[in-house]
Design a protein around this ligand. Structure first.
Ligand code: A2P
Length: 272
């Protein structure tokens, strides 16, 4: 029996209501804390780039669901997710062991605030991420709408260690080398700024410190934050969201939402 057939056998004949079954097609482990997986995309499933869904696993008495940003763009045939591994996490202790052919459950409704509709028009879009918080931006930096709306798109990604940056570095390199994407949008509009906090690397320090000191802007050759031109999206831990939100507000930017677009939006990265 091949892997796909084996996994399909483990799916109950009747799926829970409102749940779609995804088949894992690829898994990449970056470190002992981070991994990425790709799944099939059900034909009926639609979402906006930057949104999240609830993910769970079959088996167990009551499936545990956790919020996951979809890392793939809305036009892609596959779905991609970037996940942390928590040894005793209710979901990730099992999820980190998935293999191609395994089944994952996904609630069919996607939602989220890291979407274009929640931002007012602007010149530059900053996407601030730490750790797995890069996931929604992995989706948005492959969406032509992002480049239709902004002259420059600046993705910042800060992790503890260099190996944790690899997913984003490989992704941006693949975007720049992709013929189809180069036809769809100007990939040179995308700037990628990476830094580490616990290992030596070309750029070091928390993104909050790099904003406060002005080093981020000096390194990129960009002006300081300006509410007339700059927009922001933030995804990371609760503390990171709070600290960057305070810095953006101090620069005069106001938080937006789906029903009230503003100058920046925030979303917590998956945690457990
Ligand atoms: P640090 O190493 O100084 O804690 P984590 O893996 O714990 O989610 O952290 C991801 C990255 O986010 C780390 O580089 C971490 O830096 C950084 N970080 C943690 N808290 C904050 C914060 N309040 N503001 C900015 N960056 C933060």
């Amino acid at each position: 029996m091949d892997a796909v057939t084996a996994a399909q056998k483990s799916v109950p004949a009747e799926l829970p209501k409102g749940v779609l079954a995804l088949t894992v097609t690829d898994v990449t482990h970056y470190t002992d804390r981070l991994f990425h997986f790709t799944t099939t995309r059900p034909a009926s499933f639609r979402f906006r780039s930057g949104e999240f869904v609830m993910i769970g696993l079959p088996g167990g008495e009551k499936p545990v669901y956790r919020a996951y940003s979809i890392a793939s763009p809305n036009w892609a045939d596959d779905l991609e997710f970037f996940s942390i591994k928590v040894p005793d996490g209710p979901l990730t202790s099992r999820l980190q062991h998935v293999k191609p052919g395994d089944t994952i459950y996904m609630r069919e409704k996607s939602t989220g605030t890291l979407v274009h509709d929640a931002l007012l028009p602007g010149k530059r879009l900053y996407m601030f991420s730490t750790g797995t918080g890069i996931a929604p931006f992995a989706s948005l930096i492959r969406d032509p709408e992002t480049y239709a709306k902004f002259d420059q798109v600046i993705l910042t990604h800060t992790c503890r260690e260099v190996a944790e940056l690899k997913y984003g570095l490989d992704l941006v390199a693949s975007i720049r080398a992709d013929e189809m994407l180069n036809e769809l949008f100007d990939t040179s509009k995308l700037l990628h700024y990476t830094s580490t906090t616990r290992e030596t690397y070309a750029f070091s320090g928390r993104i909050t410190d790099l904003i406060t000191s002005g080093k981020l802007f000096a390194d990129l050759g960009l002006p300081p934050l300006n509410p007339a031109e700059d927009r922001g999206m933030i995804c990371g831990s609760m503390d990171m969201l709070k600290d960057i939100k305070a810095l953006l507000e101090a620069a005069g930017l106001n938080e937006g939402a789906n029903n009230k677009p503003g100058e920046f939006v925030i979303e917590r990265a998956f945690v457990g």
